[in-house]
Design a protein around this ligand. Structure first.
Ligand code: CA
Length: 234
């Protein structure tokens, strides 16, 4: 008998009924099992009882601040959290990411964009628990995390210790946004919170070494006001 695998479930937390229908219909068409919650209270119940594989969380909820839900969800679930917000909630996005959310989408976004983010979140989650990937490829590059080296078509690219830490922090979350705070903490330690200029300077140096055109980065993508993303899909 073939093994029965349960479908991947997505919890959608969204109070706008129209949007909720659009997301649900699109995800169901892709074979996902959709669980809907239109309030924060309901979302917490669903996280505890339905154990979703991915959580899509709107930050603007009627009964509570979606941001306040992130730590509770993190405490109750290992599922990746993708926060959804309006552009004017940029500061909340940073807080949500720093509190354990994995990625974000800014309204309005397209359905293909939503589906792509869910696939990335699921792919990265699949590596947690199994043997984590130690080689991350992007373009002509291979970053060897355990060997602590970066290769470009088998040529060694020389990186400083800090550059390597920054790049490997991004590479551990490929195609997900990593906040500037998280990068600072990884590369310089918690004592340097707030010194965002460091990250900018080192990211500039990394781009000079890696990007064909550092002014139009293909791999080290800046997410304005939030942080950076290592693009591995092009
Ligand atoms: Ca809303």
């Amino acid at each position: 008998m073939a093994a029965v695998t349960s479908p991947t479930s997505v919890l959608i937390v969204e109070d706008d009924r129209k949007m909720l229908r659009v997301y649900s219909t699109s995800l169901e068409a892709e074979g996902y099992l959709v669980v809907e919650a239109s309030s924060g209270q309901r979302a917490i119940e669903e996280v505890r009882t339905r154990t979703p594989d991915v959580i899509l969380l709107d930050l603007g909820l009627p009964d509570m601040d979606g941001l306040a839900l992130v730590p509770t969800m993190r405490a109750n679930s290992a599922a990746p959290i993708i926060v959804v917000s309006a552009r004017e909630q940029d500061a909340d996005k940073v807080k949500a990411l720093d509190q354990g959310a994995n990625d974000y989408l800014t309204k309005p976004f397209s359905i293909p964009e939503l589906l792509a983010r869910i696939r990335v979140a699921l792919r990265n989650r699949a590596q947690v628990g199994s043997t984590p990937r130690t080689i991350i490829s992007f373009g002509d590059y291979r970053l060897d995390l355990s060997g602590r080296r970066l290769l470009r078509e088998d040529e060694h690219v020389l990186l400083s210790a800090t550059e390597f830490k920054l790049l490997s922090t991004l590479a551990r979350h490929p195609d997900e946004v990593v906040t500037t705070n998280a990068l600072l903490k990884e590369a310089w330690g918690a004592a340097h919170q707030g010194k965002k200029g460091y990250v900018r300077v080192y990211m500039h140096a990394l781009r000079q070494k890696i990007e064909a055109d550092p002014t139009r980065p293909r791999y080290l993508v800046n997410e304005a006001g939030l942080g950076y993303r290592l693009n591995t899909t092009e």
